[in-house]
Design a binder for this molecule. Structure first.
Ligand SMILES: C[S@@+](CC[C@H](N)C(=O)[O-])C[C@H]1O[C@@H](n2cnc3c(N)ncnc32)[C@H](O)[C@@H]1O
Length: 389
């Protein structure tokens, strides 16, 4: 069976996440990364999009591929076969570039929609054609207009030599992510909150079995711990130097237990300066996922020297951290860590990389995993390492 996966804004991160989750879950997919916005995956194994979507931070939609057609006129009949044959049918269309020029299909999207609507009416059904101002229907539009339960979103992937048609089966659970971001009792906007979607992607990059012992040594308000628990890691440890962070993490874990019904009693949370990590945790850590201190908030106008000084201080902190990681980690342990890109000014991280090498960590990511939001002066570079055996 072939499925399509609509990727989030940070294409490289979403592709890496697809590979990582596929490996961990043993789905057996072979992926074709067709375009910036969409990937296709083939598997002969059992795969449930409605369950799988909850495991991803960077996948917006998952659906089944139905058929490929060479002319636009053939699209309505393929779509009609998939849409319900009773009740009021809610349907919508989205066009994605998949290697081909999408303009010609986008121009005819309305006509395709109208002919589907007409055919449904002729079959005696009442139909609602859902459209939006955006180029494609968002997951919010798909969900709130009942397209997954009372009709369908027909996805048209425009290739060089035709259109591959799919039907959406699951969309990103935007409400749950919103709750996990804004619904928690303790939020610390000063030290910067890691978006839960990115925290989830980072946890996925671990690619470790769910029994692994996982540590976040800069746990802040506990976002990475929260996402680790939701993925199914139970042996989680969070440490942080700040009393407030420890208090916030406890409050957020309590909320997770009460409101989201996630078991948290196996999580350990301790106050600890990363410089003394080997005195605070056992030496059995198999995975570290962390966003360390990334420096003070920036306005974008700081001088080159000012930024260089911040980088030098952070480099020292990260170097000491890696020395400690090496002491508490087991062989083949995995490390997923964020380092900042400040005001687009590049930095080589000499201290950090020198300790990485001494500790026997090898970099395994593509070198281009960057998370950035419009207007932010601090971009996040995500690096993945594995310790030698
Ligand atoms: C960017 S925040 C982490 C945010 C966290 N990922 C979250 O979403 O809440 C960095 C954290 O590093 C902690 N920190 C700074 N220096 C530290 C040190 N030397 N040892 C341990 N924690 C430290 C701060 O207290 C802060 O909570």
């Amino acid at each position: 069976m072939t499925y399509f996966f609509v990727l989030g804004n940070n294409t490289e991160l979403s592709r890496a996440e697809l590979d990582a989750v596929n490996n961990r879950e043993g789905w057996g997919f072979t992926f074709q990364h067709i375009s910036e916005s969409i990937s296709f995956g083939d598997t002969s194994k059992d795969f449930k999009p409605t369950e799988a979507i909850n495991l991803f931070g960077g996948i917006i939609k998952i659906g089944r591929i139905l058929e490929s057609v060479s002319t636009i006129e053939d699209i309505p009949s393929v779509a009609l076969e998939e849409l319900p044959q009773e009740g009021k049918v809610f349907f919508g269309l989205s066009t994605y570039a998949a290697g081909g020029e999408i303009k010609s299909v986008q121009k005819k999207e309305k006509n395709i929609g109208m002919s589907i609507k007409k055919a449904l009416k002729e079959a005696g059904l009442s139909a609602r054609y859902v459209t939006s101002k955006e180029d494609v229907l968002s997951s919010v539009v798909v969900e709130t207009n009942k397209l997954l339960t009372k009709g369908g979103e027909v996805v048209m992937c425009v290739l060089k030599d035709g259109v591959t048609i799919g039907i959406t089966e699951a969309v990103q659970p935007f409400e749950k992510f919103g709750e996990r971001d804004y619904g928690r009792p303790a939020r610390d906007s000063f030290s910067g909150m890691l978006p839960p979607k990115l925290a989830l992607m980072m946890v996925n990059f671990l690619q470790l079995p769910k029994e692994a012992v996982v540590l976040d040594p800069f746990c802040g308000s506990g976002t990475i711990l929260q996402e680790s628990l939701l993925v199914g890691y139970t042996n989680c440890i969070g440490t942080d130097i700040s009393d407030k962070a420890i208090k916030d993490t406890h409050a957020n874990l309590e909320w997770l237990k009460e409101d989201v019904n996630v078991e948290t009693k196996t999580v350990q949370v301790k106050k600890c300066d990363v410089k003394n990590l080997d005195d605070c945790v056992e030496k059995n850590i198999q995975g570290i996922v962390t966003e360390p201190f990334l420096g003070p908030p920036l306005r974008g106008k700081e001088s080159t020297d000012f930024i260089r000084n911040i980088y030098n201080d952070l480099d020292k902190l990260y170097a000491v951290s890696v020395q400690q990681f090496s002491k508490v980690c087991t062989k083949e342990a995995r490390l997923v860590i964020v380092v900042p890109l400040l005001n687009e000014q590049k930095f080589e991280w000499p201290g950090f990389f020198s300790e990485i090498e001494s500790a026997g960590f090898k970099r395994t990511d593509t070198g281009s995993l960057v998370y950035a939001r419009e207007g932010q002066h601090i971009k996040r570079i995500i690096m993945v390492f594995q310790k030698n055996a």
